[in-house]
Ligand binder design. Sequence first.
Ligand SMILES: Nc1ncnc2c1ncn2[C@@H]1O[C@H](COP(=O)(O)OP(=O)(O)O)[C@@H](O)[C@H]1O
Ligand SMILES: O=P(O)(O)OC[C@H]1O[C@](O)(COP(=O)(O)O)[C@@H](O)[C@@H]1O
Length: 331
Amino acid sequence: MAIKKIAVLTSGGDAPGMNACIRAVSLAAIGAGAEVIGYKYGYNGLLKQEYIHLDPYAVRNLLQRGGTVLHSARCEKFKQTDQLHIAAQHLNDAGVDGLVVVGGDGSFKGAERLQSIWDKPIVGVPGTIDNDVAGTDYTVGYHTAIQTAVESLDKVRDTAEAFERIFVVDVMGREAGFIALNSAISAGADHVLLPETFTTAAEELVKILDKLDKRRKNRANKSHIIVVTENLWPGGLNVLADSLQAESGVDVRILTLGHVQRGGSPVWQDRLLATKLGTYAVEIIKQGQKGMMSAINHRLPAAVPLNDVSIERKELNSYSMQIRDEISLLG
Ligand SMILES: Nc1ncnc2c1ncn2[C@@H]1O[C@H](COP(=O)(O)OP(=O)(O)O)[C@@H](O)[C@H]1O
Ligand SMILES: O=P(O)(O)OC[C@H]1O[C@](O)(COP(=O)(O)O)[C@@H](O)[C@@H]1O
């Protein structure tokens, strides 16, 4: 299908590599002879008709830049059906032939609903540090967030060992444990708490204390690193820290990594992924396929229906789960 104009926007939690996506979509579309516009502030830009023109000069040096030059936002208003109709009208008014939405599963719900009333292709590109989007091996930003978490865990280990303290480290992930599990393994943390396996605070506390006890028999230093997915511990991490300190007699400190995980120059894995997913999104639009996500499945590009993405919950890697339990008792 001949395309004259493609629009792109970034929505939901920003992620390192979103800029690389904007660049890839723009260059692929321009290469196909199309004009490109970028809506600002997520779906807000679509509702307010606020956009910029993206030519090769505008996307120069974007590959390595963190954040998103289009800005991102959460737009509650977009959930109203009348606003979806306004957005569709604005796309028509601007002469857009295809829309690329870079975001997470929430943004894809919006894209899916907009697709049901707009007759041109909308393609989602999975961009979120959480990696909680089914149908694609990885999401843009995830590798960089893990790298940031691992660097922080390495650093905190130095001070934990010096003072023989326990550190409880809070990492992002919303309701998914991808960052927690893989940063914990990569940094050799002693224990990791995941939403996918969490039972009750009482049971989890017993497991942690048992693990610390066993580990202490294997080594002289009493320091331990426990990685916890955000918002998981009932009552917050102070409650966990107080219980741990009371039960173990070891000094406990809390570290919340927070939004630093969303920043920084994307690592090469995210740059490459963003470039592949962004160019493939344009390919999907050229093919006239509607309501798809541009994905990488088993290392190959794929067009996955957004409908399937929203139904399925992405599973943690079973081998990572297995080695988490085996290896963390040693070392
Ligand atoms: N059911 C929905 N209908 C329309 N738009 C939605 C819906 N769910 C989410 N969105 C849009 O997507 C935005 C981002 O969703 P959110 O879940 O916050 O982030 P992410 O896309 O990173 O998962 C929301 O602020 C809203 O504009
Ligand atoms: O920046 P906010 O609005 O506080 O949101 C924090 C949330 O955004 C994230 O960083 C990214 O989530 P999404 O990509 O799904 O928006 C989550 O890990 C975290 O729970």
